[in-house]
Design a protein around this ligand. Structure first.
Ligand code: AVJ
Length: 322
């Protein structure tokens, strides 16, 4: 029968408090910015799913093909009995991982972690049916905060895929990896997905597609603030901007105010002036070089054991040991 557990470390109230704090800090900063985590309400998650199907947006397809190609090697090199997946939202990769670790004969337990309790419950219900022998232990939490409360025991592999690590700024990223290292026992592992530095003429269109889906996704954060914080952003007055920052080697998404305006955020008691042409950063999506990946893992106290990349070197998967 069911052996599923679900720990909730992040409630609606926690998420609401975090959104308020981020919105207040970001909208009063100079220059203004909003963190990318607030794109992902139900509509934002749907828009991201649509992005992954766009001809220009290659990262998801590339990682998927690479994972399919390398996952049996990953599972046998790893030998983990527990797969922990951070931001487990996308169910396809989960099954690729679980199937390979099952074939390798080591898998006992799966620990999906996600900020969305409803997404996690849905995913776990389906997995219970599909993998009746697997122990399931879901954790509702934020991967930057709640890692110390991941279940212990066994021989764990933490998978952090999708290139989401690129959404963290360099100091956040270093702190995050050091934190991951600190919650693992020596010998436990990290499987990390990273987008790689490639020709900007291929990269930029992936974040500025012809159909305008990414633009809608970008503007969705304004809708989230309107709904959750009683803000009155006029979505139409903001243009989507995606630029390659060659120095930092990241894509930056911004929203550009097309006219001067004043926005009120009722629930924060805040009036926010925008100048015509003012740009507000909404996402950084860093890309890496293989040496840089090795370096950041080493700095965090990991040893890089194996590295896989696709034929066009657009995406990398690292297997590292704590
Ligand atoms: C989900 C964080 C991997 O950075 O490529 C897609 C999000 N932003 N298009 C990325 C995203 C714009 C995506 N990640």
């Amino acid at each position: 029968m069911s052996t599923a557990l679900l720990d909730v470390h992040l409630t609606e109230a926690d998420a609401d408090a975090a959104l308020r704090a981020d919105a207040r800090a970001g909208l009063t900063a100079e220059p203004k910015e909003l963190p990318p985590k607030w794109f992902y309400d139900a509509r934002g998650s749907e828009l991201f799913e649509k992005i992954t199907e766009l001809p220009e947006y290659f990262p998801t397809r590339t990682e998927r093909a690479l994972l399919l190609d390398s996952v049996d090697e990953i599972a046998s090199a790893s030998g983990a009995d527990t797969v922990v997946e951070l931001g487990s939202g996308s169910s396809y990769k989960t099954r690729v991982l679980l199937d390979a670790f099952t074939r390798a004969g080591t898998l006992r337990r799966y620990v999906p972690q996600d900020v969305s309790e409803s997404a996690l419950r849905g995913a776990m219900d389906a997995l219970e049916e599909e993998y009746p022998d697997l122990e399931l232990h879901g954790v509702v939490g934020d991967f930057t905060h709640d890692l110390d409360r991941l279940p212990k025991g066994g021989r764990r592999l933490i998978a952090f895929l999708g290139g989401t690590i690129g959404n963290l700024l360099p100091d956040e990223r270093d702190r995050f990896l050091a934190h991951v290292r600190s919650v693992l026992e020596p010998g436990e592992q990290l499987l990390l997905g990273t987008g790689l530095v490639i020709d900007p003429t291929v990269l930029v269109p992936a974040y500025d597609d012809a159909a305008g889906v990414t633009a809608e996704f970008n503007r969705n954060v304004l809708r989230v603030l309107n709904r959750e914080l009683g803000a009155d952003f006029d979505e139409e007055a903001f243009a989507h901007v995606a630029v390659w920052d060659a120095e930092n080697e990241w894509i930056e998404m911004r929203l550009r105010a097309e006219r001067a305006m004043s926005v009120t955020v009722a629930e924060l008691g805040l009036t926010v002036p925008f100048a015509a042409g003012e740009e507000m950063r909404t996402e950084v999506s860093a890309k890496f070089r293989p040496d840089g990946v090795r370096e950041m893992l080493t700095e965090a106290g990991f040893e890089l054991n194996r590295w896989w990349t696709d034929p066009e070197q657009r995406f990398g998967l690292s297997l590292a040991t704590a």
